[in-house]
Design a protein around this ligand. Structure first.
Ligand code: NDP
Length: 496
Protein backbone atom coordinates (compact mmCIF):
# COMPACT_ATOMS: atom_id res chain seq x y z
CA UNK A 1 0.00 0.00 0.00
CA UNK A 2 1.34 3.47 -0.85
CA UNK A 3 2.05 5.86 2.04
CA UNK A 4 -0.73 8.28 2.99
CA UNK A 5 -0.26 11.74 1.56
CA UNK A 6 -0.09 14.74 3.87
CA UNK A 7 -2.26 16.96 1.68
CA UNK A 8 -1.93 20.00 3.91
CA UNK A 9 1.87 19.84 3.63
CA UNK A 10 1.56 19.37 -0.14
CA UNK A 11 -0.76 22.36 -0.29
CA UNK A 12 1.74 24.57 1.52
CA UNK A 13 4.32 23.83 -1.21
CA UNK A 14 2.02 24.71 -4.11
CA UNK A 15 2.59 27.66 -6.39
CA UNK A 16 -0.32 29.06 -8.34
CA UNK A 17 -0.56 30.16 -11.94
CA UNK A 18 -2.56 33.37 -11.77
CA UNK A 19 -2.03 35.01 -15.17
CA UNK A 20 -4.08 34.47 -18.30
CA UNK A 21 -2.68 31.98 -20.84
CA UNK A 22 -2.80 33.52 -24.30
CA UNK A 23 -0.93 32.56 -27.47
CA UNK A 24 1.25 30.04 -25.64
CA UNK A 25 2.37 32.38 -22.83
CA UNK A 26 1.22 33.54 -19.43
CA UNK A 27 0.26 37.22 -19.43
CA UNK A 28 -1.28 39.79 -17.10
CA UNK A 29 -4.61 41.33 -18.01
CA UNK A 30 -4.02 44.35 -20.27
CA UNK A 31 -5.68 46.54 -17.63
CA UNK A 32 -3.33 45.12 -14.99
CA UNK A 33 -6.39 44.33 -12.85
CA UNK A 34 -6.63 41.23 -10.67
CA UNK A 35 -9.23 39.63 -8.44
CA UNK A 36 -8.76 37.66 -5.23
CA UNK A 37 -9.12 33.92 -5.59
CA UNK A 38 -10.35 32.85 -2.16
CA UNK A 39 -10.42 29.33 -0.77
CA UNK A 40 -13.77 28.22 0.70
CA UNK A 41 -11.81 25.74 2.84
CA UNK A 42 -10.72 28.50 5.25
CA UNK A 43 -11.31 31.84 3.56
CA UNK A 44 -7.61 32.36 2.70
CA UNK A 45 -6.68 34.31 -0.42
CA UNK A 46 -4.82 31.82 -2.63
CA UNK A 47 -3.82 34.09 -5.49
CA UNK A 48 -4.51 37.37 -7.20
CA UNK A 49 -5.74 36.29 -10.60
CA UNK A 50 -5.70 38.32 -13.83
CA UNK A 51 -9.13 39.93 -14.30
CA UNK A 52 -9.47 39.62 -18.08
CA UNK A 53 -11.95 41.80 -19.92
CA UNK A 54 -12.96 42.48 -23.50
CA UNK A 55 -9.44 43.57 -24.53
CA UNK A 56 -7.88 40.32 -23.29
CA UNK A 57 -10.66 38.26 -24.83
CA UNK A 58 -9.96 40.00 -28.12
CA UNK A 59 -6.28 39.13 -27.83
CA UNK A 60 -7.09 35.49 -27.08
CA UNK A 61 -9.66 35.17 -29.87
CA UNK A 62 -7.21 36.74 -32.35
CA UNK A 63 -4.51 34.28 -31.30
CA UNK A 64 -6.98 31.42 -31.64
CA UNK A 65 -8.12 32.63 -35.08
CA UNK A 66 -4.56 33.03 -36.38
CA UNK A 67 -3.67 29.56 -35.16
CA UNK A 68 -6.79 28.10 -36.73
CA UNK A 69 -6.30 29.82 -40.08
CA UNK A 70 -2.67 28.86 -40.53
CA UNK A 71 -3.48 25.23 -39.82
CA UNK A 72 -0.82 24.64 -37.17
CA UNK A 73 -3.31 22.39 -35.36
CA UNK A 74 -6.39 22.10 -37.59
CA UNK A 75 -4.09 21.06 -40.44
CA UNK A 76 -2.41 18.27 -38.47
CA UNK A 77 -3.47 14.73 -39.28
CA UNK A 78 -5.94 13.20 -36.83
CA UNK A 79 -3.20 10.73 -35.92
CA UNK A 80 -0.85 13.55 -34.88
CA UNK A 81 -3.55 15.32 -32.91
CA UNK A 82 -4.19 12.02 -31.20
CA UNK A 83 -0.53 11.66 -30.20
CA UNK A 84 -0.50 15.13 -28.65
CA UNK A 85 -3.79 14.67 -26.78
CA UNK A 86 -2.74 11.31 -25.40
CA UNK A 87 0.48 12.95 -24.19
CA UNK A 88 -1.63 15.74 -22.68
CA UNK A 89 -3.71 13.11 -20.82
CA UNK A 90 -0.50 11.51 -19.53
CA UNK A 91 0.74 14.86 -18.22
CA UNK A 92 -2.58 15.44 -16.45
CA UNK A 93 -2.23 12.01 -14.86
CA UNK A 94 1.37 12.70 -13.87
CA UNK A 95 0.32 15.94 -12.16
CA UNK A 96 -2.90 14.53 -10.74
CA UNK A 97 -2.11 15.26 -7.08
CA UNK A 98 -1.33 18.89 -7.80
CA UNK A 99 -4.45 19.35 -9.93
CA UNK A 100 -6.60 17.65 -7.29
CA UNK A 101 -5.22 19.99 -4.64
CA UNK A 102 -6.00 23.00 -6.81
CA UNK A 103 -9.62 21.81 -7.14
CA UNK A 104 -9.95 21.21 -3.40
CA UNK A 105 -8.40 24.51 -2.35
CA UNK A 106 -10.25 26.49 -4.98
CA UNK A 107 -13.76 25.11 -4.57
CA UNK A 108 -13.75 23.07 -1.37
CA UNK A 109 -14.48 19.51 -2.48
CA UNK A 110 -12.97 16.60 -0.50
CA UNK A 111 -9.47 15.81 -1.70
CA UNK A 112 -10.16 12.17 -2.52
CA UNK A 113 -13.17 13.16 -4.63
CA UNK A 114 -10.97 15.62 -6.50
CA UNK A 115 -8.13 13.12 -6.94
CA UNK A 116 -10.09 9.95 -7.78
CA UNK A 117 -13.24 11.56 -9.17
CA UNK A 118 -12.52 14.79 -11.02
CA UNK A 119 -8.89 14.44 -12.12
CA UNK A 120 -9.24 10.80 -13.09
CA UNK A 121 -12.28 11.68 -15.20
CA UNK A 122 -10.43 14.61 -16.81
CA UNK A 123 -7.55 12.31 -17.77
CA UNK A 124 -9.95 9.77 -19.21
CA UNK A 125 -11.85 12.45 -21.12
CA UNK A 126 -8.77 13.92 -22.80
CA UNK A 127 -7.41 10.47 -23.63
CA UNK A 128 -10.79 9.24 -24.94
CA UNK A 129 -11.25 12.11 -27.41
CA UNK A 130 -7.61 11.86 -28.46
CA UNK A 131 -8.02 8.14 -29.11
CA UNK A 132 -11.35 8.65 -30.90
CA UNK A 133 -10.34 11.25 -33.44
CA UNK A 134 -8.46 9.00 -35.86
CA UNK A 135 -11.27 6.44 -35.89
CA UNK A 136 -14.10 8.58 -37.22
CA UNK A 137 -15.03 8.36 -40.90
CA UNK A 138 -16.91 10.81 -43.08
CA UNK A 139 -19.74 9.92 -45.47
CA UNK A 140 -20.43 9.58 -49.16
CA UNK A 141 -24.02 10.25 -50.18
CA UNK A 142 -25.99 8.04 -52.60
CA UNK A 143 -25.83 9.90 -55.93
CA UNK A 144 -26.26 9.13 -59.64
CA UNK A 145 -23.23 7.40 -61.22
CA UNK A 146 -21.98 10.64 -62.72
CA UNK A 147 -21.51 12.37 -59.40
CA UNK A 148 -19.69 11.99 -56.11
CA UNK A 149 -20.98 13.71 -52.96
CA UNK A 150 -18.61 13.88 -50.01
CA UNK A 151 -20.10 14.85 -46.66
CA UNK A 152 -17.28 15.85 -44.38
CA UNK A 153 -17.10 17.14 -40.85
CA UNK A 154 -14.78 20.11 -40.52
CA UNK A 155 -13.67 21.87 -37.35
CA UNK A 156 -15.86 24.89 -36.72
CA UNK A 157 -12.99 27.30 -35.97
CA UNK A 158 -12.73 29.29 -32.73
CA UNK A 159 -14.55 27.64 -29.83
CA UNK A 160 -15.31 29.60 -26.66
CA UNK A 161 -16.06 27.66 -23.48
CA UNK A 162 -17.56 29.32 -20.40
CA UNK A 163 -17.66 26.94 -17.47
CA UNK A 164 -18.77 26.82 -13.83
CA UNK A 165 -17.04 26.11 -10.54
CA UNK A 166 -18.57 22.85 -9.34
CA UNK A 167 -16.23 20.55 -11.32
CA UNK A 168 -13.86 23.23 -12.60
CA UNK A 169 -11.51 21.16 -14.73
CA UNK A 170 -13.92 18.38 -15.68
CA UNK A 171 -16.57 20.74 -17.06
CA UNK A 172 -13.81 22.47 -19.01
CA UNK A 173 -12.41 19.16 -20.31
CA UNK A 174 -15.82 17.99 -21.51
CA UNK A 175 -15.63 20.97 -23.85
CA UNK A 176 -11.96 21.53 -24.69
CA UNK A 177 -11.10 17.85 -25.27
CA UNK A 178 -13.56 17.18 -28.14
CA UNK A 179 -13.08 20.72 -29.47
CA UNK A 180 -9.29 20.29 -29.66
CA UNK A 181 -9.52 16.75 -30.98
CA UNK A 182 -11.68 17.99 -33.86
CA UNK A 183 -8.99 20.55 -34.76
CA UNK A 184 -10.46 23.76 -33.34
CA UNK A 185 -8.76 26.53 -31.37
CA UNK A 186 -10.20 27.13 -27.90
CA UNK A 187 -10.65 30.11 -25.59
CA UNK A 188 -11.72 28.95 -22.14
CA UNK A 189 -13.17 31.15 -19.39
CA UNK A 190 -13.19 29.38 -16.05
CA UNK A 191 -15.50 30.55 -13.26
CA UNK A 192 -14.18 33.40 -11.13
CA UNK A 193 -14.44 31.13 -8.06
CA UNK A 194 -12.20 28.39 -9.49
CA UNK A 195 -9.73 29.45 -12.20
CA UNK A 196 -6.53 27.80 -10.89
CA UNK A 197 -6.70 24.30 -12.39
CA UNK A 198 -7.57 25.60 -15.87
CA UNK A 199 -4.61 27.99 -15.75
CA UNK A 200 -2.25 25.19 -14.77
CA UNK A 201 -3.61 22.76 -17.33
CA UNK A 202 -2.99 25.26 -20.14
CA UNK A 203 0.72 24.91 -19.38
CA UNK A 204 0.43 21.11 -19.55
CA UNK A 205 -1.33 21.40 -22.91
CA UNK A 206 1.59 23.43 -24.24
CA UNK A 207 4.09 20.96 -22.78
CA UNK A 208 2.22 18.15 -24.53
CA UNK A 209 2.71 19.90 -27.86
CA UNK A 210 -0.53 21.81 -28.44
CA UNK A 211 0.75 24.78 -30.46
CA UNK A 212 0.64 28.39 -29.23
CA UNK A 213 -2.72 30.08 -29.75
CA UNK A 214 -4.67 26.82 -29.94
CA UNK A 215 -5.58 26.64 -26.25
CA UNK A 216 -6.09 29.91 -24.37
CA UNK A 217 -7.45 30.56 -20.88
CA UNK A 218 -8.92 33.94 -19.87
CA UNK A 219 -9.87 34.12 -16.19
CA UNK A 220 -12.25 36.91 -15.26
CA UNK A 221 -15.80 37.82 -14.45
CA UNK A 222 -18.87 36.64 -16.29
CA UNK A 223 -20.15 40.13 -17.02
CA UNK A 224 -16.85 41.13 -18.63
CA UNK A 225 -14.81 38.17 -19.97
CA UNK A 226 -17.83 35.85 -20.34
CA UNK A 227 -19.97 38.43 -22.05
CA UNK A 228 -17.10 39.51 -24.33
CA UNK A 229 -16.76 35.91 -25.54
CA UNK A 230 -20.51 35.60 -26.02
CA UNK A 231 -20.61 38.78 -28.09
CA UNK A 232 -17.34 38.35 -29.99
CA UNK A 233 -17.76 38.56 -33.76
CA UNK A 234 -14.98 36.07 -34.41
CA UNK A 235 -16.03 33.26 -32.05
CA UNK A 236 -17.71 30.53 -34.10
CA UNK A 237 -19.38 28.57 -31.34
CA UNK A 238 -19.87 28.96 -27.62
CA UNK A 239 -20.25 26.06 -25.20
CA UNK A 240 -21.63 26.93 -21.77
CA UNK A 241 -22.34 25.16 -18.49
CA UNK A 242 -23.99 27.06 -15.67
CA UNK A 243 -27.30 28.55 -14.66
CA UNK A 244 -30.35 28.71 -16.92
CA UNK A 245 -30.44 32.46 -16.39
CA UNK A 246 -26.94 32.99 -17.80
CA UNK A 247 -27.54 30.35 -20.49
CA UNK A 248 -30.36 32.52 -21.82
CA UNK A 249 -27.99 35.52 -21.88
CA UNK A 250 -25.67 33.62 -24.23
CA UNK A 251 -28.54 33.12 -26.69
CA UNK A 252 -29.12 36.86 -26.58
CA UNK A 253 -25.40 37.63 -27.02
CA UNK A 254 -25.35 35.40 -30.07
CA UNK A 255 -28.44 36.99 -31.58
CA UNK A 256 -26.98 40.45 -31.04
CA UNK A 257 -23.57 39.59 -32.50
CA UNK A 258 -22.64 37.07 -35.18
CA UNK A 259 -25.23 34.28 -34.72
CA UNK A 260 -22.57 31.94 -33.34
CA UNK A 261 -23.96 28.55 -32.43
CA UNK A 262 -24.51 28.10 -28.70
CA UNK A 263 -24.76 24.91 -26.66
CA UNK A 264 -26.08 25.05 -23.12
CA UNK A 265 -25.88 22.72 -20.13
CA UNK A 266 -27.97 24.49 -17.54
CA UNK A 267 -28.56 22.30 -14.56
CA UNK A 268 -31.56 20.46 -13.27
CA UNK A 269 -33.86 19.31 -10.53
CA UNK A 270 -33.40 15.56 -10.85
CA UNK A 271 -36.33 13.44 -9.65
CA UNK A 272 -35.13 10.26 -7.96
CA UNK A 273 -38.16 7.93 -8.01
CA UNK A 274 -38.12 5.06 -5.53
CA UNK A 275 -40.87 2.44 -5.91
CA UNK A 276 -41.87 -0.02 -3.21
CA UNK A 277 -40.66 -2.88 -5.44
CA UNK A 278 -37.08 -1.54 -5.51
CA UNK A 279 -34.76 -4.59 -5.55
CA UNK A 280 -32.45 -3.33 -2.81
CA UNK A 281 -33.68 -0.48 -0.62
CA UNK A 282 -30.27 -0.06 1.04
CA UNK A 283 -28.65 0.43 -2.32
CA UNK A 284 -31.33 2.91 -3.33
CA UNK A 285 -30.88 4.80 -0.03
CA UNK A 286 -27.14 4.99 -0.68
CA UNK A 287 -27.89 6.34 -4.16
CA UNK A 288 -30.30 8.90 -2.73
CA UNK A 289 -27.82 10.16 -0.11
CA UNK A 290 -24.81 10.20 -2.41
CA UNK A 291 -26.95 11.73 -5.15
CA UNK A 292 -27.61 14.86 -3.12
CA UNK A 293 -24.65 15.18 -0.74
CA UNK A 294 -21.75 14.40 -3.11
CA UNK A 295 -19.87 17.65 -3.84
CA UNK A 296 -22.15 19.32 -1.25
CA UNK A 297 -25.02 19.00 -3.71
CA UNK A 298 -23.29 21.40 -6.09
CA UNK A 299 -23.96 19.09 -9.01
CA UNK A 300 -26.15 19.84 -12.03
CA UNK A 301 -27.76 16.39 -11.92
CA UNK A 302 -27.91 16.17 -8.10
CA UNK A 303 -30.84 13.96 -7.05
CA UNK A 304 -32.51 16.87 -5.29
CA UNK A 305 -36.13 15.65 -5.47
CA UNK A 306 -36.69 12.29 -3.81
CA UNK A 307 -40.04 10.88 -4.98
CA UNK A 308 -40.84 7.97 -2.70
CA UNK A 309 -43.79 5.57 -2.82
CA UNK A 310 -46.04 6.08 0.21
CA UNK A 311 -45.90 2.47 1.44
CA UNK A 312 -42.11 2.61 1.99
CA UNK A 313 -41.85 6.26 2.94
CA UNK A 314 -40.97 5.89 6.64
CA UNK A 315 -38.53 3.01 6.22
CA UNK A 316 -36.78 4.61 3.26
CA UNK A 317 -36.48 8.09 4.72
CA UNK A 318 -34.98 6.71 7.91
CA UNK A 319 -32.35 4.81 5.88
CA UNK A 320 -31.46 7.95 3.92
CA UNK A 321 -31.27 10.04 7.12
CA UNK A 322 -28.89 7.63 8.79
CA UNK A 323 -26.61 7.63 5.72
CA UNK A 324 -26.83 11.43 5.52
CA UNK A 325 -25.16 11.75 8.91
CA UNK A 326 -21.95 10.40 7.37
CA UNK A 327 -21.80 13.52 5.24
CA UNK A 328 -21.21 15.93 8.13
CA UNK A 329 -18.94 18.54 6.57
CA UNK A 330 -15.27 18.14 7.40
CA UNK A 331 -11.83 19.40 6.40
CA UNK A 332 -11.64 19.05 2.59
CA UNK A 333 -7.93 18.22 2.87
CA UNK A 334 -8.59 15.19 5.07
CA UNK A 335 -8.92 11.84 3.31
CA UNK A 336 -11.71 10.89 5.75
CA UNK A 337 -13.99 13.75 4.72
CA UNK A 338 -17.06 12.79 2.68
CA UNK A 339 -18.49 16.28 2.27
CA UNK A 340 -16.44 19.45 2.10
CA UNK A 341 -17.23 23.14 1.71
CA UNK A 342 -19.66 25.19 -0.32
CA UNK A 343 -17.89 27.11 -3.08
CA UNK A 344 -18.16 30.57 -1.50
CA UNK A 345 -20.06 32.92 0.79
CA UNK A 346 -22.57 33.84 -1.93
CA UNK A 347 -23.55 30.26 -2.66
CA UNK A 348 -23.75 29.52 1.09
CA UNK A 349 -26.12 32.45 1.61
CA UNK A 350 -28.18 31.39 -1.39
CA UNK A 351 -28.58 27.82 -0.10
CA UNK A 352 -29.42 28.98 3.45
CA UNK A 353 -32.09 31.28 1.96
CA UNK A 354 -33.64 28.26 0.20
CA UNK A 355 -33.63 26.35 3.50
CA UNK A 356 -35.48 29.25 5.17
CA UNK A 357 -37.94 29.31 2.30
CA UNK A 358 -38.58 25.58 2.70
CA UNK A 359 -39.43 26.08 6.38
CA UNK A 360 -41.59 29.13 5.63
CA UNK A 361 -43.58 27.29 2.95
CA UNK A 362 -44.37 24.43 5.33
CA UNK A 363 -41.92 21.63 4.45
CA UNK A 364 -40.79 19.56 7.43
CA UNK A 365 -37.08 19.94 8.21
CA UNK A 366 -35.98 16.53 9.49
CA UNK A 367 -32.20 16.87 9.35
CA UNK A 368 -29.55 19.59 9.32
CA UNK A 369 -30.30 23.00 7.89
CA UNK A 370 -27.50 25.00 9.46
CA UNK A 371 -24.18 26.54 8.53
CA UNK A 372 -21.34 24.93 10.49
CA UNK A 373 -17.53 25.12 10.93
CA UNK A 374 -17.63 28.93 10.80
CA UNK A 375 -14.58 28.98 13.07
CA UNK A 376 -12.49 27.72 10.10
CA UNK A 377 -13.20 30.86 8.06
CA UNK A 378 -14.65 28.56 5.36
CA UNK A 379 -18.23 27.86 4.21
CA UNK A 380 -19.99 24.66 5.25
CA UNK A 381 -23.62 23.55 5.40
CA UNK A 382 -24.97 20.42 7.10
CA UNK A 383 -26.61 17.66 5.08
CA UNK A 384 -30.23 18.77 5.08
CA UNK A 385 -33.44 16.82 4.53
CA UNK A 386 -36.93 18.21 4.09
CA UNK A 387 -39.88 15.82 4.24
CA UNK A 388 -43.55 16.42 3.35
CA UNK A 389 -42.49 18.59 0.43
CA UNK A 390 -45.10 19.62 -2.10
CA UNK A 391 -43.82 19.80 -5.68
CA UNK A 392 -45.04 23.38 -5.93
CA UNK A 393 -42.80 24.60 -3.12
CA UNK A 394 -39.77 26.68 -4.06
CA UNK A 395 -37.35 24.01 -2.77
CA UNK A 396 -38.89 21.50 -5.20
CA UNK A 397 -38.75 23.84 -8.17
CA UNK A 398 -35.50 25.80 -8.02
CA UNK A 399 -32.00 24.43 -8.49
CA UNK A 400 -30.65 24.93 -4.96
CA UNK A 401 -27.14 23.64 -5.70
CA UNK A 402 -26.52 22.67 -2.10
CA UNK A 403 -26.85 19.63 0.22
CA UNK A 404 -30.63 19.94 0.50
CA UNK A 405 -32.94 17.01 -0.21
CA UNK A 406 -36.67 17.48 -0.79
CA UNK A 407 -38.74 14.33 -0.18
CA UNK A 408 -42.11 14.07 -1.90
CA UNK A 409 -44.52 11.14 -1.51
CA UNK A 410 -46.51 9.50 -4.33
CA UNK A 411 -49.06 6.69 -4.50
CA UNK A 412 -49.25 5.59 -8.16
CA UNK A 413 -46.94 5.25 -11.17
CA UNK A 414 -48.89 7.94 -13.04
CA UNK A 415 -48.52 10.35 -10.15
CA UNK A 416 -44.76 9.65 -9.95
CA UNK A 417 -44.26 10.42 -13.65
CA UNK A 418 -46.42 13.54 -13.45
CA UNK A 419 -44.44 14.87 -10.48
CA UNK A 420 -41.11 13.98 -12.07
CA UNK A 421 -41.97 15.82 -15.29
CA UNK A 422 -43.49 18.80 -13.50
CA UNK A 423 -40.31 20.88 -13.65
CA UNK A 424 -38.78 23.41 -16.01
CA UNK A 425 -35.67 21.24 -16.00
CA UNK A 426 -35.02 17.91 -17.72
CA UNK A 427 -31.38 16.98 -17.27
CA UNK A 428 -31.65 13.61 -15.53
CA UNK A 429 -34.11 11.30 -13.76
CA UNK A 430 -33.43 8.22 -11.64
CA UNK A 431 -35.80 5.36 -10.95
CA UNK A 432 -35.67 2.26 -8.80
CA UNK A 433 -37.91 -0.75 -9.44
CA UNK A 434 -37.78 -4.52 -9.81
CA UNK A 435 -40.19 -4.49 -12.72
CA UNK A 436 -38.52 -4.36 -16.12
CA UNK A 437 -41.61 -3.33 -18.09
CA UNK A 438 -42.39 -0.60 -15.62
CA UNK A 439 -38.78 0.63 -15.82
CA UNK A 440 -38.93 0.83 -19.62
CA UNK A 441 -42.30 2.50 -19.82
CA UNK A 442 -41.45 5.07 -17.17
CA UNK A 443 -38.02 5.75 -18.69
CA UNK A 444 -39.82 6.56 -21.96
CA UNK A 445 -42.31 8.82 -20.23
CA UNK A 446 -39.66 10.84 -18.39
CA UNK A 447 -38.58 14.02 -20.16
CA UNK A 448 -34.89 14.00 -19.33
CA UNK A 449 -31.62 13.66 -21.23
CA UNK A 450 -30.49 10.78 -19.01
CA UNK A 451 -32.60 8.22 -17.14
CA UNK A 452 -30.88 5.80 -14.78
CA UNK A 453 -32.51 2.61 -13.52
CA UNK A 454 -31.52 0.99 -10.21
CA UNK A 455 -28.37 3.09 -10.08
CA UNK A 456 -27.35 6.71 -9.87
CA UNK A 457 -24.48 6.04 -12.23
CA UNK A 458 -25.30 7.65 -15.54
CA UNK A 459 -22.21 6.25 -17.30
CA UNK A 460 -18.77 7.56 -18.20
CA UNK A 461 -17.35 9.54 -21.07
CA UNK A 462 -18.81 7.05 -23.60
CA UNK A 463 -22.42 8.22 -23.14
CA UNK A 464 -23.90 11.63 -24.00
CA UNK A 465 -24.95 14.06 -21.29
CA UNK A 466 -27.25 17.04 -21.60
CA UNK A 467 -30.73 18.27 -21.03
CA UNK A 468 -34.30 18.52 -22.21
CA UNK A 469 -36.36 21.66 -21.59
CA UNK A 470 -34.57 24.49 -19.73
CA UNK A 471 -31.68 22.22 -18.82
CA UNK A 472 -30.34 23.29 -22.19
CA UNK A 473 -29.44 21.66 -25.48
CA UNK A 474 -26.44 20.08 -27.13
CA UNK A 475 -24.61 17.16 -25.60
CA UNK A 476 -21.32 16.85 -23.73
CA UNK A 477 -19.41 13.54 -23.65
CA UNK A 478 -19.44 10.68 -26.19
CA UNK A 479 -18.92 11.04 -29.95
CA UNK A 480 -22.09 13.16 -30.06
CA UNK A 481 -20.10 16.04 -28.54
CA UNK A 482 -18.31 16.38 -31.90
CA UNK A 483 -21.55 17.75 -33.40
CA UNK A 484 -21.00 20.95 -31.45
CA UNK A 485 -17.42 21.42 -32.56
CA UNK A 486 -17.68 20.50 -36.24
CA UNK A 487 -19.79 21.52 -39.19
CA UNK A 488 -20.80 19.56 -42.24
CA UNK A 489 -19.45 20.35 -45.66
CA UNK A 490 -20.88 18.81 -48.81
CA UNK A 491 -18.56 18.62 -51.82
CA UNK A 492 -20.54 17.63 -54.90
CA UNK A 493 -18.38 16.52 -57.84
CA UNK A 494 -19.54 15.88 -61.37
CA UNK A 495 -17.85 12.87 -62.92
CA UNK A 496 -17.75 13.11 -66.68
P1 NDP B 1 -23.44 31.21 -13.46
O1 NDP B 1 -24.35 30.64 -14.46
O2 NDP B 1 -23.54 32.66 -13.15
O3 NDP B 1 -21.89 30.95 -13.88
C1 NDP B 1 -21.44 30.05 -14.85
C2 NDP B 1 -20.41 30.72 -15.76
O4 NDP B 1 -21.00 31.79 -16.49
C3 NDP B 1 -19.24 31.34 -15.01
O5 NDP B 1 -18.04 31.20 -15.76
C4 NDP B 1 -19.66 32.79 -14.92
O6 NDP B 1 -18.62 33.69 -14.68
C5 NDP B 1 -20.29 33.01 -16.27
N1 NDP B 1 -21.20 34.15 -16.25
C6 NDP B 1 -21.88 34.66 -15.19
N2 NDP B 1 -22.60 35.74 -15.57
C7 NDP B 1 -22.35 35.93 -16.88
C8 NDP B 1 -22.78 36.90 -17.82
N3 NDP B 1 -23.61 37.90 -17.49
N4 NDP B 1 -22.33 36.80 -19.10
C9 NDP B 1 -21.48 35.81 -19.44
N5 NDP B 1 -21.02 34.90 -18.58
C10 NDP B 1 -21.45 34.93 -17.32
O7 NDP B 1 -23.57 30.42 -12.12
P2 NDP B 1 -23.27 30.96 -10.65
O8 NDP B 1 -21.86 30.74 -10.38
O9 NDP B 1 -23.75 32.36 -10.42
O10 NDP B 1 -24.19 30.01 -9.78
C11 NDP B 1 -25.56 30.35 -9.60
C12 NDP B 1 -26.45 29.14 -9.76
O11 NDP B 1 -26.33 28.63 -11.07
C13 NDP B 1 -26.09 27.97 -8.86
O12 NDP B 1 -26.60 28.09 -7.61
C14 NDP B 1 -26.71 26.83 -9.63
O13 NDP B 1 -28.07 26.75 -9.38
C15 NDP B 1 -26.48 27.23 -11.07
N6 NDP B 1 -25.27 26.58 -11.62
C16 NDP B 1 -25.44 25.48 -12.37
C17 NDP B 1 -24.34 24.81 -12.81
C18 NDP B 1 -24.47 23.57 -13.62
O14 NDP B 1 -23.54 22.78 -13.68
N7 NDP B 1 -25.53 23.38 -14.30
C19 NDP B 1 -22.98 25.23 -12.49
C20 NDP B 1 -22.91 26.46 -11.73
C21 NDP B 1 -24.02 27.07 -11.31
P3 NDP B 1 -18.38 34.18 -13.14
O15 NDP B 1 -17.86 33.00 -12.45
O16 NDP B 1 -17.46 35.29 -13.19
O17 NDP B 1 -19.73 34.59 -12.63
Amino acid sequence: MSAAIDWRAEASRLTFRAQAFIDGKYADAISGKTFDCTSPVDGAVLARVAACDAADVDRAVNAARTAFNDGRWAGESPKNRKRVLVRFAELIQKNANELALLETLDMGKPILNARHGDVRAVTECVRWYGEAIDKIYDEIAPTPRNALALIMREPIGVVAAVVPWNFPLLMAAWKFAPALAAGNSVVLKPAEQSPLSALRVAELAAEAGIPAGVFNVVPGFGESAGQALGRHMDVDTLAFTGSTEVGKLFLKYSAESNMKSVSLECGGKTPNIVFADTPDLDDAAKGAADGIFYNSGQVCDAASRLLVEASIHDEFLSKVASLAKRYQPGDPLSERTQMGAMVDATQTKRVLAFIDKGKEEGAKLTLGGKQVRQETGGYYIEPTIFDAVDNHMTIAREEIFGPVLSAITFKTEEEAVKLANDSKYGLEANLWTNNLSKAHSIARALRAGTVTVNTRDGGGIEVPFGGYKQSGFGRDKSLHAFHKYTQLKTTYIKIS
